[in-house]
Design a protein around this ligand. Structure first.
Ligand SMILES: *Cc1c(COP(=O)(O)O)cnc(C)c1O
Length: 399
């Protein structure tokens, strides 16, 4: 295995059943056995290369999982039907009644809602902390804590987690470090920095075409086996399984991820620098003004840049809405949640993806109403885009 994530994807060699250059798609929910004994062994997880039932594993899902594990430097991976399917399976696999989680307070709205409103039903408690304060993280750990959970680059404030330092704290307390790396595939390799489990929503950059939701858990063979265990595995029993046809299509898109990430990052940096020069309040980890700029430079795989997500605070929700509607009208992108598309997507996180977080908490964490989150697209001529966006901003009096 190379120590470059994109090389690891490139170096995988698959042959389809009839010599195809893409692996064959296994369009089956169940599988036959020539010998009854092999079926029993498969149930017990001992029959190498045998498939039982597609909620457990399927050849197409294993191909995709193998490629994502290669990208994340883990032993193996388990794909899921959505990012939330991956996240919730991990949380419920690791934690049970009486257990405790230390989570970043700036996480994806769905994950926040799950930890805040859903897991308490199972008597699992979560402390939400400022993940950039290592003292606060460590102080929140108790004798019942099972994991530290955060995003490598947080949604939507773009705080950068010091994964190496968090890993040292986790190891000291014998707990897991679980990282949601959705914003920074290829850019950050959490496993290399000491994370135990790396999760992605494949819906975003990795698939990149916004035609499906998907997720993955990248981890040790032991942990993935436990997720898939027929008796007590969360992935097997909750059943967030991806369909084989989707797994095959996501694998095809994964092969261009390195080219796309470089372009997303290059375009985002261009816009972030120009709009900051124009006097706007821009948050982007590639700007020297970003509080985690130096940290980011010590942890990233440099050739992929600082990512495709930036935010601009235009002051009020009214102005944010006016600008987004005008930019969409002028075909500069779509007013839509999600990220990682070929076209720019923009939304106001306070009223959309982070709306599960109560208003007073949003204020505490610096999530203002006027923030627009941009997922910058693959525009071939980004200066042309900049000029057109600039005109929208002058038209409504932001610039
Ligand atoms: C979108 C997203 C998720 C949830 O993924 P789905 O595929 O929508 O279930 C989780 N974490 C982050 C950071 C995300 O952006």
């Amino acid at each position: 295995m190379s120590n470059k994530p994109a090389n690891n994807i490139q170096d995988l060699q698959y042959f389809g059943e009839f010599g195809g250059v893409n692996p064959s798609i296994s369009d089956s929910a169940t599988y036959t056995f020539l010998h009854a004994k092999t079926m029993l062994d498969t149930f017990e997880g001992q029959a190498e290369g045998c498939y039982l039932y597609s909620r457990h594993t399927s050849p197409s899902n294993l191909y995709l999982g193998e490629a994502l594990a290669a990208m994340e430097f883990t032993e193996t991976a388990n794909v899921a039907a959505s990012g939330m399917g991956a996240i919730t399976s991990v949380l419920l696999q690791v934690c049970g009644s009486g257990d405790h989680i230390v989570s970043s307070r700036t996480i994806y709205g769905g994950t926040y809602a799950f930890l805040k409103n859903f897991t308490p039903k199972f008597n699992i408690k979560t402390s939400f902390v400022d993940i950039t304060s290592l003292e606060k993280v460590e102080a929140a750990i108790t004798s019942t804590t099972k994991m530290i959970y955060c995003e490598s680059v947080s949604n939507p404030l773009l705080e950068v987690a010091n994964i190496s330092a968090l890993s040292k704290i986790a190891k000291k307390h014998h707990i897991l470090l679980v990282i949601d790396n959705t914003f920074t595939p290829l850019i950050i390799s959490p496993q290399k920095l000491g994370a135990d489990i790396t999760i992605h929503s494949l819906t975003k950059f990795i698939n990149g075409t916004n035609d499906t939701v998907g997720g993955v858990v990248c981890a040790s063979q032991e942990f993935i086996d436990s997720l898939r265990n027929v008796n007590n595995g969360a992935a097997m029993l909750l059943g967030p399984v991806m369909d084989s046809l989707r797994a095959a299509s996501i694998l095809k898109n994964l092969r261009t991820l390195h080219i796309r990430m470089k372009k997303h990052s290059k375009n985002a940096l261009y816009l972030a620098e120009h709009f900051e020069n124009d006097g706007l309040k821009v948050v982007y980890p590639g700007l020297k003004s970003h509080s985690d700029y130096e940290l980011f430079k010590t942890i990233y795989n440099e050739e992929y840049g600082f990512g495709g997500i930036m935010t601009i605070d235009v002051g009020t929700l009214e102005k944010a809405n006016e600008l987004m509607e005008l930019m969409q009208h002028n075909n500069l992108g779509y007013l839509a949640v999600s990220l990682g598309f070929y076209k720019t997507l923009f939304s106001a996180p306070g009223t959309s993806t982070s709306s599960e977080i109560p208003e007073e908490e949003q204020e505490k964490m610096g999530l203002s109403d006027g923030i627009i989150r941009f997922s910058i697209g693959l525009d071939n001529n980004i200066d042309r885009t900049y000029r057109a966006m600039h005109k929208c901003m002058t038209d409504i009096g932001i610039l």
